[in-house]
Design a protein around this ligand. Structure first.
Ligand code: G6D
Length: 329
């Protein structure tokens, strides 16, 4: 039976603790509709798979850690886009481009929270109303992000959204993971397997070029699964969806296996580097390469490149996507 409690403490403020029968605990916050902790018992010890900060204040400052990113994750090149012949300008917060929804992206918002129980799972539904035109995104958009656990150790995030005008919509969860339980250890000895034969090519500013590139023989080839080693990533992997799960991350001690399955067309994988090394995290100082962010989403740049799909949300076609993070331990 999955249990949900609304709690309050000085570090997290108001948050929700979701616990299943196997002592898996997921803590989530209305601030940024973000996950704070994802703790599993390994050999009788607690192991927190999420890389994050001790306090919600630090999360708000750093912004993205396991937060809901939106309305558009990734970069909008030139901070502008066109829908049905109308040009829209968004905020330039990243060298001429818009990153992760701009200065006031969904991760910066306080979401409404509602506890739910549905069959064998339970959790929290976060809701946000985004007013028409705010930060260059048209439409009164209502987003709902449903965080849940079940007793089979599935952690699920489900997104739905509606709009009264055509707009761009491509959310993600920007969770950073380290399956050793602490980002004091690098992720180099983790094994990563990604069901993606192609990545979206990127420019030096990390915007996409519109080209899809085969991973065979490149640093992006994780099709068969291999150690991450000193491979630094900040790239969209285009999922084949030919195998389930879409992605597997295994801890160095092989005691924890994270399986991710998503309806999203891609996952952006970002590994932390020198710019994050030394940051004071929940369990100590972040090592260089201390965390791997896995962000299921539409391919960044889809608003410009139709070959990537379509991220226009229209009134007649509500948005839905679901990602399941299953952990074996
Ligand atoms: C950098 O380019 C990367 C992004 O992909 C990432 O989400 C962010 O850092 C945290 O801007």
């Amino acid at each position: 039976m999955v249990n949900v409690q609304k709690l309050e403490n000085e570090n997290y403020g108001t948050y929700y603790l979701i616990e299943n029968k196997n002592n898996v605990r997921l803590a989530v916050s209305p601030q940024g509709a973000r996950a704070l902790d994802w703790i599993i018992p390994v050999d009788g010890e607690d192991r927190d798979l999420l890389v994050g900060f001790k306090t919600i204040a630090e999360h708000k400052k750093a912004r993205y850690y396991a937060a809901t990113i939106g309305p558009v994750a990734g970069r909008i090149t030139g901070a502008s886009y066109n829908i049905d012949g109308t040009e829209y300008q968004t905020q330039d917060n990243d060298g001429g481009n818009t990153l992760h929804g701009g200065f006031e992206g969904y991760d910066t918002k306080d979401w409404a929270a509602e506890v739910f129980e549905e069959g064998d799972k339970a959790g929290v539904i976060f809701t946000l109303e985004h007013p028409d035109g705010e930060n260059g995104f048209p439409g009164n958009v209502v987003s709902k992000v449903k965080y849940s656990l079940d007793d089979d150790n599935n952690y699920q995030i489900e997104y739905t959204a509606t709009t009264d005008k055509p707009t761009l919509y491509n959310p993600t969860n920007h969770g950073y993971y380290n399956l050793t339980g602490s980002p004091v250890n690098s992720i180099n000895e983790h094994t990563l397997k990604v069901g993606a034969k192609q990545v979206a090519e990127t420019n030096p500013d990390v915007t996409t070029t519109g080209n899809k590139v085969d991973v065979a023989g490149t640093k992006f080839d994780f099709v068969e699964g291999r150690k991450i080693s000193d491979t630094y990533l900040d790239d969209p992997f285009i999922l084949d969806h030919e195998q389930t799960p879409d992605l597997v991350l295994t801890s160095p001690d092989e005691k924890v296996r994270l399986e991710i399955e998503t309806t999203a067309p891609a996952v952006v994988i970002y590994t932390t580097g020198a710019s994050e090394a030394g940051m004071q995290m929940k369990y100590g100082e972040m090592a260089d390469h201390g965390g791997i962010a896995i962000e299921p989403q539409g391919i960044p740049g889809t608003e410009k490149y139709s070959q990537f799909g379509d991220i226009i949300l229209r009134p007649e076609n509500p948005f839905h996507s679901k990602t399941t993070y299953h952990v074996e331990f």
